[in-house]
Design a protein around this ligand. Structure first.
Ligand SMILES: Nc1nc2c(ncn2[C@@H]2O[C@H](COP(=O)(O)OP(=O)(O)OP(=O)(O)O)[C@@H](O)[C@H]2O)c(=O)[nH]1
Ligand SMILES: [Mg+2]
Length: 289
């Protein structure tokens, strides 16, 4: 497979200004050279991307995907991204994201270079309509709550509703409970996150299936589907942007899943995201129904 070229550390921001995609799908031109739309805007099902037009970079990639970080303000989305991209933690003053920022990172997945274009959204309510417009382009979403902030956990359902409404039906979704290093301040137990993940689903689950599973927390019987049964619920992990716990794993798991899906005739065994994060997660782990 031929290698595509991408820039080494391309990053940009899209302030919540006028230059945003219309909700009906048309995408007006955005000013600013840093706009990622000129680079590799992923559209349609996961597919190998076009070569980067950014030029001048020294990294190459085979496939590229768009990943979005979503969740309440202050849950640690920006810190998670910085930890993954730079291996650092943004301690100190909390600077809330305005609009949307993005960073690129190329990861090696079983010998293939997978470029993740990671969009860091503003969690504040006032930017909600802005960020919703971007959901439809995302191949994967990392949905975060803060284990020291109960409200951020309670709001996950609302985030899932928005995802259901605005994201593509086959979006890869991973639920993350962040800030587990703050053991003293923890108010959301790992088991609560696991339970929520177990009964939550967006995308392909048939009408009524979610209701069916809630009372007893056992998987629904899907019409004729066996593989669906095995992956019901959301994959879930606890993370810490501060210590780095499970941060690389979260992004790697997403990259593996997307890479597998993009292959027309995969020669290797099907990658199972739920199993992977359950097996590989350290400390506070994950769940699979
Ligand atoms: N202890 C601890 N603090 C964290 C962690 N992640 C983020 N924080 C802190 O939480 C605050 C908010 O982090 P951000 O990453 O800016 O939050 P955000 O989700 O991007 O917020 P918005 O941009 O407003 O949506 C900052 O003060 C961080 O230092 C973590 O894993 N552990
Ligand atoms: Mg932020």
């Amino acid at each position: 497979m031929s290698r595509k070229k991408t820039s080494k550390s391309k990053a940009g921001s899209v302030p919540a200004a006028s230059a945003l995609p219309a909700a009906n799908g048309s995408r007006p031109a955005r000013p600013g050279s840093a706009h990622p739309g000129s680079e590799t805007p992923p559209n349609g099902p996961p597919q190998p991307s076009r070569p980067s037009l950014g030029g001048g970079g020294d990294f190459y990639y085979d496939v590229a995907f768009k990943v979005m970080l979503v969740g309440d303000s202050g849950v640690g989305k920006t810190c998670l991204l910085v930890r993954f991209k730079d291996g650092a933690f943004l301690a100190g003053t909390f600077i809330s994201t305005v609009g949307i920022d993005f960073r690129n990172k190329v990861v090696d997945v079983d010998g293939m270079k997978v470029k993740l274009q990671i969009w860091d959204t503003a969690g504040q309510e006032r930017f909600r309509s802005v960020t919703h417009a971007y959901y439809r382009d995302a191949h994967a979403l990392l949905l975060l709550y803060d284990v020291t902030n109960k409200a951020s956990f309670d709001n996950i359902q609302a985030w899932l509703t928005a995802i259901q409404e605005y994201a593509r039906h086959d979006v890869v979704l991973l639920l993350l409970g962040n800030k587990v290093d703050s053991a003293q301040e923890r108010v959301v137990k790992r088991e609560d996150g696991e339970k929520l993940a177990k009964v939550s689903q967006v995308g392909w689950v048939p009408e009524g299936a979610l209701e069916a599973v809630k009372p007893g927390l056992s998987p629904p019987v899907l019409p004729g589907g066996s593989s669906c049964l095995q992956e019901y619920g959301l994959p879930f992990m606890e993370t810490s942007a501060k210590t780095g716990l499970n941060v690389d794993l979260a992004f790697t798991a997403i990259a593996k899943e997307l890479k597998q899906r993009s292959m027309k005739a995969p020669s290797e065994p099907r990658f199972r995201l739920h199993d992977y994060v359950k097996r590989e997660g350290r400390g506070a782990s994950c769940c699979r129904p």
